[in-house]
Write a protein that binds this ligand. Structure first.
Ligand code: ADP
Ligand code: ADP
Length: 233
């Protein structure tokens, strides 16, 4: 069973002039996949993420996540399902600057009634996988962009979601930090079986993906696969 199946997904924004933001988009993501989504501004990438994450409703078509359609659930079920199945990573990190890195990381666990001791152990484990143990007790102003984004990756993955949705994760980073962050994604994918869907404009970031889907005017129009060699793109 694929982790994500998107079937003939369309989204029309009604208005004075209706906009077809997504036009019969179909693809699937298997467990362990690392998929990039690229396309020009206004091509429908954010809409796609928002419909998959149930922030937005599709006009037609289906999103099947782990065999279930979150758009067919009631609000409460959808919220729980989203929290369990998805991890989010944003361009601007969206970390809370009043909390330490560790406190940010364990946020998704705080609603699950897990003991403080177990949360700390989990944060330690995630930090060691991501090479950011030294920042666990730091606040955002004490951290580099790359450290902040890796903290965000730890937060997104700490509850072991089925799918990670990343929106321009390197968009706010310099080349060195971008590399650190993409190496961290690659490690989480290869060693810890994270399944990742990443929207990006960044060729370096895309070069870490197993395959890249290209979208334009709301339509998928091309797909590239990577061989063993990253330079193949
Ligand atoms: P991208 O993320 O690739 O830049 P978007 O998904 O944001 O593209 O936008 C796709 C199209 O849908 C664009 O034409 C955009 O103007 C339009 N759009 C996005 N959100 C809305 C909205 N809430 N209302 C009306 N039109 C929208
Ligand atoms: P930009 O689209 O200008 O690059 P961002 O990277 O901040 O700006 O946001 C990209 C998209 O990520 C937004 O359009 C929105 O859909 C989503 N997003 C950003 N922050 C949040 C948030 N706190 N909660 C949910 N979605 C968010």
């Amino acid at each position: 069973m694929p982790v994500l199946e998107v079937r003939a997904l369309s989204k029309i924004y009604e208005g004075k002039i209706a906009t077809k933001a997504l036009d019969h988009v179909t693809f699937r993501i298997e467990e362990g996949d690392f998929v990039g989504i690229m396309g020009p501004s206004g091509s429908g990438k954010t809409t796609l993420l928002n419909v998959i994450s149930t922030i937005d409703e599709p006009t037609s078509g289906e999103v099947i996540l782990n065999g279930q359609n979150p758009h067919r659930m009631d609000r409460q079920q959808t919220a729980l399902f989203r929290r369990r199945e998805l991890g989010f990573i944003f361009q601007h990190f969206n970390l809370l600057d009043t909390l330490t890195a560790e406190e940010n990381m364990v946020l998704p666990l705080t609603l699950d009634g897990i003991s403080v001791r177990d949360m700390k152990a989990k944060a330690q484990e995630m930090a060691s996988r991501l090479g950011i143990e030294s920042v666990l007790n730091k606040y955002m102003y004490e951290m580099s962009g790359g450290q902040m984004q890796r903290t965000a990756i730890a937060r997104a993955m700490i509850h072991e979601p089925s799918l990670i949705l990343a929106d321009e994760p390197t968009g706010n980073l310099d080349s060195k930090s971008s590399r650190d962050v993409m190496e961290a994604f690659a490690r989480m994918n290869e060693q810890y079986k994270a399944t990742i869907m990443m929207v990006t404009h960044d060729a370096l970031a895309a070069s870490y993906c197993h395959r890249v889907l290209f979208i334009k005017d709301g339509k998928l129009y091309n797909e590239l696969y990577r061989g063993n060699n990253r330079q193949a793109f």
